[in-house]
Design a protein around this ligand. Structure first.
Ligand code: AHG
Ligand code: MN
Ligand code: MN
Length: 320
């Protein structure tokens, strides 16, 4: 049985720096704490909403704030962490002056599902950043990306640049490796989109969804990107959160730095594709910590159809 700890030993032997291993170990520990906190949150009065709104203009839930604090504490335990960037905080937080890695996270993704006991998650990304300016670099620069999905099981899905590993938390609080090299099947007949927003779709998305329905594709929409992503890792499919055709510059709902980029790195590492339309998510030059982008990712054949329709050439010379 390979555990997260023995996996980290293997990573060290493969050249992952001790500093990055320390960052990853503390993030994993933070997800264990968040998982435990969620399990009894209804008993501990941690449901409902606070009076606070975050920089996104969204009402914060007690567990958003608690999860954010757990991750900040984790960052503070690792001397090599320079900054933390969170969906819940307006600006980057300076952690250790001599640090070299920024930890960027959505502490609790899908928090509208918290009070209805539906899977939520934590999304994280690690990049080299000695100054605040260094934080705004493309998703290709991510050294680590991953998410924890808190559902019937708690799973940790991550990449350190060589494939995607999936761990499942056992009854003793140990993450056990359950998939050593996760791949997203290239073909699939299932799409994830919030169909209630149909009026805001651009022509490409509208035509794709119409054709998918006519071809007998199924639809799933959890309202938690991590849950939809995890399903795609397990059985393929395509996830779409388009920009509003009437407000294309708004970029849609999802944020580049701590949702689109980490998921994009995982998806590409598993043989899938992740685009914003006519370019790949991982090539977008960020302009701000909370920048929103349209997001389309998943099974390569399906995403390539959309990319082609956007007139983009999504070619993988290296992968051919
Ligand atoms: P968060 O809870 O971190 O704000 O993220 C929620 C996101 C994403 O997880 C999900 O796919 C999407 O919001 C759902 O959006 P709609 O409610 O518009 O469907
Ligand atoms: Mn989110
Ligand atoms: Mn969130």
């Amino acid at each position: 049985m390979t555990t997260f700890e023995t996996f980290l030993e293997g990573q060290k032997a493969n050249g992952l720096s001790g500093e990055l291993i320390a960052v990853l170990a503390e993030i994993a520990q933070a997800t264990r704490k968040i998982s435990d906190t969620l399990k009894t949150s209804a008993l501990d009065g941690l449901t409902g909403a606070t009076e606070e709104t975050n920089v996104q203009g969204e009402t914060q839930k007690p567990l958003d704030i608690l999860s954010n604090d757990i991750l900040l504490d984790a960052c503070r335990k690792v001397p090599s962490v320079s900054f933390a960037v969170s969906e819940e905080l307006d600006a980057e937080v300076a952690i250790h002056a001599g640090g070299k890695y920024a930890v960027i996270f959505d502490p609790l993704d899908g928090s509208s599902n918290l009070d209805v006991n539906v899977t939520v998650g934590t999304i994280f990304s690690v990049i080299e950043a000695k100054t605040a300016q260094d934080i705004l670099k493309t998703g290709r620069h991510q050294l680590i990306a991953g998410y924890a999905a808190y559902g019937p099981q708690t799973t940790l899905v991550l990449t350190t640049g060589k494939g995607v590993q999936i761990f499942t938390l056992n009854g003793d609080g140990i993450y056990v490796l359950t998939t050593a090299d996760a791949k997203i099947v290239p073909e699939a007949k299932e799409f994830a989109i919030n169909a209630a927003r149909r009026a805001s779709w651009d022509d490409v998305v509208a035509a794709y969804i119409e054709d998918a329905i006519d071809s007998g594709h199924n639809m799933r929409w959890v309202g938690s990107m991590v849950a939809d992503t995890h399903r795609i890792f397990n059985r393929g499919g395509v996830f779409l959160y388009p920009a509003d055709r009437n407000k294309p510059a708004s970029g849609g709902r999802l944020r580049l730095l701590y949702e689109a980029n980490p998921i994009g790195l995982l998806v590409e590492a598993a043989g899938g594709e992740a685009i914003i339309g006519d370019s790949k998510i991982l090539d977008i030059e960020p302009t701000g910590l909370h920048q929103r982008v349209p997001v389309i990712f998943g099974s390569k054949a399906e995403v390539d159809k959309l990319a082609a329709a956007y007139g983009a050439r999504v070619l993988e010379a290296a992968a051919e």
